[in-house]
Design a protein around this ligand. Structure first.
Ligand code: BES
Ligand code: MN
Ligand code: ZN
Length: 487
């Protein structure tokens, strides 16, 4: 991650000024407007402030870069974040090493300087993200940019605090992206466990269960899915006691399928490679832990991650099998590709036993959610109005958005089994909801929310703040914001 600082006075030879629709400048841009070169540049009218457009002019030995910010009254916090990502990429592409940027002068209604600085810094760091570990020749997205100053004229300490928060959030998001982007032959359950164990903080205790420990604990549903794989499963438990008291923690549960071939109900070959991302729920949980430990957030948090591959083999679980879960409920397996809910059932039942205040799970659970919401929103299903409202608020604020789907009682009938307690698929209709119904059988009356990140966790085309494509780190900004409101 490049160096980002808060500054009040000019530091660099390159400055970035926002230009609003109609070629309107903000305070610092206004201050250089009388310079002939700038006057001529603006008079030429080529740059009218169109969102994202960049043009630069040379002023003696300095350079001014004008970034279009679009219509003033249409600015949002996320547009600021996206604009910052554009600026960072542009500077990097042009081999700029140091720059001062004046984006915080843009006014967004009802938004504080701290929020603007946080969004700008997030955009800069996330926009520069690349995953080129495996490109042995020329690295396409090589970062030459070394430092950026976010220029502010107001409260420096407020801005610096926001910058520190942004740094923790970006580093958690980048950690989640890296884990997601690692290929399945590298990011195995064992690797996920090692990565979790490597997160260290005086108030964090991490326990990694290997296969023997999982057998001993009785996580039989996880073991059933693991049968077809010759790699050991892992069950990761993280306890962060940041509040220094016995308050019940918030439990985060993440699906850690390091590769999902579908099992005996094998998936079609097209895009099967993308199923290396089926551990993005786990990555989101780990990213949140990285961020909140870096922030020393005074809250108690429990993390639970079941991890395995879902493959085919002579020992693989089969359609028709009936398995007994950790909780004791029996499951008729109708489709081995609906494996996420199976491994999550043990993790959720375990989380309930730890008596948390609430449980929130993250999972790339259903293709149906991708069809319903695409890449623009995470599916949200919850039994708690409180959690629901908090998540919707945080989703709006961070632009890591969620959208609610209903879980009416009637949907539960779709997963009733004739020969076991429940079956693992509820048919084609309302696939995201019936998957949640399945999970709901394992959380008792605990306040609970399920986040289906199947559509948001990765994006092969790339997005405004995740331009290279691949894992997005969905859920990290959302959850850190949600948790900050619990303080
Ligand atoms: N990991 C997949 C869900 C998924 C599919 C996420 C495509 C993102 C893109 C999950 O394990 C799965 O295969 N779900 C099945 C469930 C079905 C068999 C009831 C699905 O959605 O097709
Ligand atoms: Mn599957
Ligand atoms: Zn899966």
């Amino acid at each position: 991650m490049i160096q980002i600082d808060i500054a009040t006075n000019k530091q660099s030879k390159i400055s970035v000024y926002p230009l609003l629709d109609g070629a309107v400048l903000t305070t610092s841009g206004e201050a250089i407007k009388s310079n002939n070169t700038v006057t001529n540049f603006l008079a030429a009218g080529e740059h009218q402030g169109k969102f994202g457009m960049v043009r630069s002019v040379y002023l003696n030995d300095e350079r001014a870069l004008f970034i279009g910010a679009g219509e003033a009254d249409k600015l949002t916090l996320h547009k600021l974040r996206a604009l910052a990502a554009k600026v960072a990429q542009k500077l990097n592409k042009n081999s700029v090493e140091h720059a001062d940027i004046y984006l915080s002068e843009l006014k967004v209604s009802d938004v504080s300087l701290a929020d603007k600085v946080q969004a700008i810094a997030e955009g800069l760091w996330l926009g520069l993200y690349t995953f080129d570990t495996y490109q042995t020749k020329e690295k396409k997205g090589k970062t030459e940019l070394q430092s950026i100053n976010i220029m502010v004229d107001g409260n420096v300490s407020e801005a610096e605090q926001a910058l520190a928060a942004a740094k923790a959030i970006a580093s958690g998001t980048i950690f989640a992206r890296d884990l997601g982007n690692e290929p399945g032959n590298v990011c195995t359950p064992e690797y996920l466990g090692d990565q979790a164990a490597a997160l260290s903080h005086p108030k964090l205790k991490t326990t990694i269960m290997d296969k023997a420990a999982i057998e001993k604990a009785g996580f039989t549903a996880l073991l059933a899915v693991n049968q077809g794989s010759n790699k050991e499963p892992r069950f990761i438990v993280m306890e962060y006691n940041g509040a220094d008291n016995d308050d019940a923690p918030i439990a985060l549960v993440g699906k850690g399928l390091t590769f999902d071939a579908g099992g005996i109900s094998i998936k079609p070959a097209g895009q099967m490679d993308e199923m290396k991302f089926d551990m993005c729920g786990a990555a989101a949980v780990l990213g949140v832990f990285k961020a909140i430990t870096e922030m020393n957030l005074p809250i108690n948090l429990l993390g639970v991650i079941p991890s395995t591959e879902n493959l085919l083999g002579g020992s693989a679980y089969k359609p028709g099998d009936i398995i007994t879960t950790y909780k004791g409920l029996t499951v008729e397996v109708l489709n081995t590709d609906a494996e996420g809910r199976i491994i999550l059932s043990d993790a959720l039942a375990y989380a309930v036993e730890q008596k948390p205040a609430e449980i929130i799970d993250f999972a790339t659970l259903t293709g149906a959610c991708v069809i319903a919401l695409g890449g623009q929103a995470t599916g949200l299903i919850s039994t708690s109005d409180n959690i629901k409202q908090g998540l919707i608020q945080s989703g709006k604020h961070t632009h890591d958005r969620v959208w609610e789907l209903p879980m009416f009682d009637e949907y539960q009938e779709q997963i009733d089994s004739k020969i076991a307690d429940i079956k693992n698929t509820g048919g084609r209709e309302a696939g995201t909801i019936t998957a949640a119904c399945f999970l709901s059988r394992f959380v008792d009356d605990m306040p609970w929310a399920h986040l289906d990140i199947a559509g948001t966790a990765w994006n092969m085309k790339g997005t405004d703040i995740s331009p290279v494509g691949g894992a997005t780190g969905a859920g990290v900004r959302l959850m850190v914001d949600y948790l900050r409101h619990k303080v």
